[in-house]
Write a protein that binds this ligand. Structure first.
Ligand SMILES: [Zn+2]
Length: 113
């Protein structure tokens, strides 16, 4: 298990293991957020938000919600709006760099979709 949190510590995410690689996407949203995404099934990820600080932002095509901490502003993860879509993205930058710096990065050309 590996644990990460936003800067203020209000939101904590627990993963079963590091991802195989990291997605770095150039779409209009991701390039602004600077997230490095690790992909998981939603049932693999524990998102603890006891103070209910998470704020969601739904992008134009409304397929997913991007979440950030309402106190410190850190982007934590994105989740699918369709519960049948079994994939979510976790921002590995919230975790210890020892976990994610060695991982290969996959460039995702989201801007061309
Ligand atoms: Zn925070």
């Amino acid at each position: 298990m590996i644990e990460g949190c936003c800067h203020c510590g209000a939101v904590r995410l627990t993963l079963p293991e590091p991802p195989q690689d990291l997605g770095s996407c150039n779409c209009s949203m991701c390039r602004r957020l600077g997230g490095l995404w690790g992909y998981y099934r939603p049932d693999q990820v524990d998102v603890a938000d006891p103070e209910t600080r998470l704020v969601g932002y739904v992008q134009g095509d409304a397929t997913l919600t991007t979440w950030h901490c309402g106190r410190c502003g850190c982007t934590t993860h994105w989740s699918p709006r369709d519960p049948a879509y079994e994939r979510m993205g976790v921002n590995l930058r919230l975790f210890d760099p020892v976990v994610w710096e060695p991982l290969p990065r996959r460039h995702i050309d989201g801007a061309s979709w």
